[in-house]
Design a protein around this ligand. Structure first.
Ligand code: AMP
Length: 352
């Protein structure tokens, strides 16, 4: 157990780190954020910040020596670096969760073994592999890099065989996975917190809408058809969390299809589709993640209102903050990022 007053190290310095740090501070913890970026939104609200590369082992050593426990808010950190830190100080969730979720093929195979059903897929290592995979799965299909993809980055849609070569080039000719295009009625995510003692708490399952591969809004309760499919998805998330002896907030994303829930991907961290829990749940995903990694009892994830809606402020939408505040029920969250880029997550709004 890591008591209040201790220092929590967070690898990654984006908005997730920022909201984790705020939750940690409100419970009396100090936060030390570690990230390589010029601008570190999580650093603005941390007691200490290290700006260094994720493979700078001297900086990682100093960071590990200064904290009591480490967590991460970004999953594309080299597992070797995280294992190195774990040799010095507890890292929660552990490196195993990171290893599984960093690679789309490993992740799908892992979840399949636990009874989950991903979209039909083939691992692709070359243009020749892609031709074979396309012949087997048929078009339309999506080509995604195995690693380092997020928010629709590193993805290309293939409509016909003629698209294969440009798609392969557009993802940088890197190890990839080809996925059959899923026809879904809705998308949803399971947000599950698992404590050091193995106890779990599950949030209401949000229905998620994406634009250009980026989350645009999340709504609870999700309604049909998500409502009927959530129990099966939650059961899978529990099996994943137990298999990894997971500690913290775990997210699994699904497509609700005619044939039931199809697994899309998992994230070993707090998730954008759970930002509404700050006001919309009795204890937020951020607080429950902090509680879990510190070995504290988990808090009540139940809703504080009959319905909750989260809207992301992407790119220029951040300039609407004044009109958003004209609605006295809107909870505005801005991440303090100075550069506005199209599609960049600048903030969000929650309405109960
Ligand atoms: P991902 O980064 O894999 O979560 O993909 C981002 C978004 O692209 C998803 O939330 C879906 O809206 C869409 N998408 C990804 N994979 C598929 C698929 N196999 N079939 C249909 N839509 C997909």
């Amino acid at each position: 157990m890591i008591p209040p007053g201790s220092t929590i190290g967070i690898l990654g310095g984006g908005q997730l780190g920022r909201m984790l740090a705020i939750a940690a501070a409100s419970m009396g913890y100090r936060v030390h954020s570690y990230a390589p970026d010029d601008e570190i939104p999580g650093g603005d609200v941390s007691a200490e910040v290290t700006r260094a590369a994720y493979d700078d082992f001297a900086a990682l050593d100093a960071f590990a020596a200064s904290v009591d426990v480490v967590t991460y808010e970004f999953e594309n950190i080299d597992v070797a670096a995280v294992e190195h830190v774990a040799g010095i100080v507890p890292v929660r969730p552990g490196a195993a969760a990171l290893r599984v979720s960093q690679d789309r093929v490993t992740e799908k195979e892992f979840v399949t073994k636990l009874g989950g059903r991903p979209a039909p897929f083939r691992a692709v290592g070359s243009l020749a592999d892609l031709a074979v995979a396309l012949a087997e799965l048929g078009a339309p299909a999506l080509l995604k890099t195995r690693r380092f993809g997020y928010d629709g980055k590193g993805q290309a849609r293939i409509e016909t065989a003629a698209d294969a070569e440009p798609a392969w080039a557009s993802i940088g000719e890197r190890p990839a996975v080809l996925e059959g295009l899923v026809r879904f009625d809705a998308e949803f995510s399971v947000l599950l917190a698992r404590g050091l003692d193995g106890a779990t708490r599950v949030y209401a399952t949000p229905r998620n809408e994406h634009a250009n591969g980026v989350l645009s809004c999340s709504i609870v309760p999700a309604g049909d058809p998500v409502k009927a499919q959530a129990p099966e998805a939650i059961a899978l998330a529990r099996r994943v969390a137990d298999a990894l002896d997971y500690v913290g907030l775990l997210t699994l994303e699904f497509f609700a299809t005619r044939d039931g829930p199809v697994f899309n991907e998992m994230a070993p961290r707090v998730h954008n589709s759970g930002h509404w829990t700050i006001e919309g749940a009795r204890v937020s995903q951020f607080e429950n993640h902090i509680r879990a990694v510190c070995g504290l009892p988990l808090g009540d994830p139940s809703l504080t209102a009959p319905a909750v809606r989260l809207d992301n402020l992407l790119g220029d939408a951040v300039h609407d903050w004044q009109s958003i505040l004209a609605d006295p029920h809107a909870h505005l969250h801005l991440y303090g990022k100075s550069e506005v880029k199209p599609g960049r997550k600048m903030g969000h709004v929650t309405r109960l």
